[in-house]
Design a binder for this molecule. Structure first.
Ligand code: ADP
Ligand code: MG
Length: 612
């Protein structure tokens, strides 16, 4: 009898499960419904792929995009798993072949679009006939109008449990707040599902936010040190996507654009070249990304501000799926905030505009605050993360702080005395003892009036931002937010908490890319071999092996098949198919350079490294 761990090792070549993977697999195998919230790159696929290999009948995976289905099926087939997909890209003959293989019980995983399941030529009777062991609804947020990528076709899935009430269903997504999660569970009618929520932290992504100034020149300098890396550059408009791509090409970089204004065929061509590593950089609007599983995206640059923190997180999240160190760089300008605010007003109805503006402001606050970026991102998703991550520009910069408790007390006390009914500008005017007509006479009499004349207006704004970011103060209401105290304020006012404020921020250290010591030339040779196989098999290179796998090879230099089996990513089928060829490249290199196996330095139980 095989076990999940055995399948993980033999089929996929990995040593250990990540976070909740094993518990999810156990739950599903026990016939439970499950709801899985796990960030991009966390490893959601294995949560249903491994059960699929242990269950008697087929596992049906619902997926929103043809490109996603193809990518996953390609990857499974390369690993020796019998997987198929059914969608409009297949000819009627090909579809017949897929159905026939299901009847012969050859297929372990079937990927399918929701409309194919319940649409005009519904597959339900057929699937009831052949029997389904498990349904996996991938990108499950697509079923909810609250989610960020609602797809009407997903609504068909509400009928799933009507026809397959006894079949366990697992819903998986990387983006869902509580409201969306609840909505997904209700719409899919999951039977008392088990919830599995992983941290949203992406430890291998470094965050950097810089003021936007001469951003194209800065981009060129940034890319010049990353010539071998693949990355995405996001722009707000189609026009600037085209122009940045053109200027990068002129500057000698390998870049193509991607946006909704391009012909579908051109778009597909550009995307294909990027996925196959034939073009290093894709310059894109937000039209690009959904359904991109390319695991070796090393950096994501935002030339312009995204719409909100969710978008920023989603877009930067496309970096580093392979777990290797990756970077997110954003150029921030308050002018972008104004611009996006105007779009938000024009775009939606009033209620929607208010929400969009609030979310925009939260992102602007994140960009302006001198607080750990990761801390703020995770706080946005309701997670408690330490004050510092050591892997974002704020944490890596020389920030001098000073004891600002007294300043904090003055500001908080002013807010209190103004009954939490006034905005930041007014509160600062009161603190600075403004003579303006705007100040109400009764406020000239309160104790804090003029208590902060020794501090400039501009400095007060900065301190207030710090206090808000640190959670000692908050802004509520829109469109004209008022300042209000938080549960953390009282301790400051009573002098029980010391508050450290930012005095100055020194020139930031560039985020250091720490790659384990490895043979760089060998790595290039291994990549070339991978590309050969990828071309032969007509799949993107990352489907054959991830960069992480090749990096392990170039680091530990395995010398025979048994050592190779200990390299992450070499399952039995891949070892049989590609093992000899990769070993031979390593062997030749070692001979030429007088090197030998370093496998003894490899720790046997691999946990996903936090590369810090
Ligand atoms: P998600 O769907 O959550 O974005 P994927 O399922 O595509 O993530 O997995 C992301 C990457 O992590 C893939 O390259 C996958 O092979 C790898 N991976 C998943 N689980 C493990 C594990 N337990 N050990 C090593 N690598 C893993
Ligand atoms: Mg996925």
């Amino acid at each position: 009898m095989s076990t999940p761990l055995h399948i993980l090792k033999t089929q996929f070549g990995f040593d250990s499960f990540r976070s909740h993977q094993e518990a999810i697999i156990e739950a599903v195998l026990a016939g439970r419904d499950a709801f899985v919230l796990m960030p991009t790159g966390g490893g959601k696929s294995l949560c249903y792929q491994i059960p699929a290999l242990l269950l008697p009948n087929v596992t049906v995976v619902i997926s929103p995009l043809i490109a996603l289905m193809k990518d996953q099926v390609d990857a499974l087939r390369v690993a020796g798993v019998a997987a198929e997909y059914l969608n409009s890209s297949l000819s009627p003959e090909e579809q017949d072949r897929v159905l026939a293989s299901l009847v012969r019980r050859k297929t372990k995983l079937l990927y399918i679009a929701p409309e194919r399941l319940f649409g005009a030529s519904s597959l339900v009777p057929f699937l009831q006939e052949v029997g389904v062991s498990l349904f996996a609804v991938d990108e499950a947020h697509c079923i909810s109008a609250w989610g960020h990528d609602f797809r009407p076709e997903y609504r068909f899935l509400s009928d799933l449990k009507k026809f397959f009430s006894a079949t366990p269903t697992v819903a998986l997504t990387a983006t869902a707040d509580d409201l969306t999660s609840q909505d997904i569970v209700e719409r899919l009618a999951l039977h008392s599902p088990l919830f599995f929520k992983s941290s949203f932290d992406r430890p291998n992504i470094h965050y950097t936010i810089e003021p936007k100034a001469k951003s194209f020149e800065r981009l060129i300098r940034y890319l010049a040190t990353r010539r071998n890396d693949s990355g995405i550059v996001y722009t707000l408009s189609r026009k600037s996507a085209d122009s940045v791509a053109r200027r990068l090409t002129e500057a000698g970089f390998s870049a193509l654009s991607y946006h909704a204004g391009l012909d579908a065929s051109v778009r597909d061509k550009h995307q294909g070249r990027f996925l196959r590593d034939e073009t290093k950089i894709i310059v894109a609007t937000i039209a690009f990304g959904m359904g991109i599983n390319k695991s070796n995206v090393r950096f994501v640059v935002h030339m312009d501000l995204p719409k909100n923190i969710e978008s920023y997180y989603q877009e930067t999240g496309r970096a580093g799926r392979d777990g290797l160190q990756s970077e997110a760089l954003l150029f921030y300008s308050p002018a972008d905030v104004q611009k996006l605010a105007r779009f938000a007003l024009v775009d939606g109805n009033e209620e929607q505009s208010v929400v969009m503006l609030r979310k925009l402001k939260q992102l602007a606050d994140l960009c302006e605050a001198n607080v750990c970026r990761r801390h703020l991102i995770l706080r946005y998703f309701g997670e408690v993360f330490p004050e510092s991550c050591d892997a974002c520009d704020v944490c890596l910069s020389e920030r001098t702080t000073f004891d600002g408790t007294l300043i904090a007390q003055k500001l908080l006390s002013a807010v209190f005395r103004l009954h939490e009914r006034f905005g930041l500008g007014y509160t600062i005017d009161v603190l600075r003892g403004s003579k303006s007509e705007k100040i109400r006479p009764e406020h000239r009499a309160i104790k804090t009036f003029g208590a902060g004349t020794d501090t400039s207006r501009e400095a007060w704004f900065r301190y207030a931002k710090d206090l808000i970011a640190l959670g000692f103060l908050k802004q509520v209401g829109e469109p004209y937010p008022t300042l209000s105290l938080t549960e953390k304020s009282a301790a400051v006012l009573r002098g029980e908490t010391r508050v450290m404020l930012t005095a100055s921020v020194e020139v930031k250290k560039e985020v250091e890319v720490v790659i384990p010591a490895h043979e760089a030339t060998l790595l290039d040779q291994l990549k070339a071999l991978r590309t050969d196989y990828a071309q032969k098999e007509n799949v993107p290179p990352y489907i054959i092996f991830s960069d992480a796998t090749l990096l392990e090879l170039a680091t530990f230099l395995p010398s025979d098949i048994s050592e190779l089996a200990r390299i992450s990513g070499f399952g039995e089928v891949k070892t049989r198919r590609y093992g000899k060829a990769f070993l031979s490249v390593v062997a030749t290199y070692c001979r030429e350079h007088g090197l030998s196996s370093k496998m003894s330095e490899k720790i046997s139980v691999r946990s996903r490294r936090k590369i810090r």
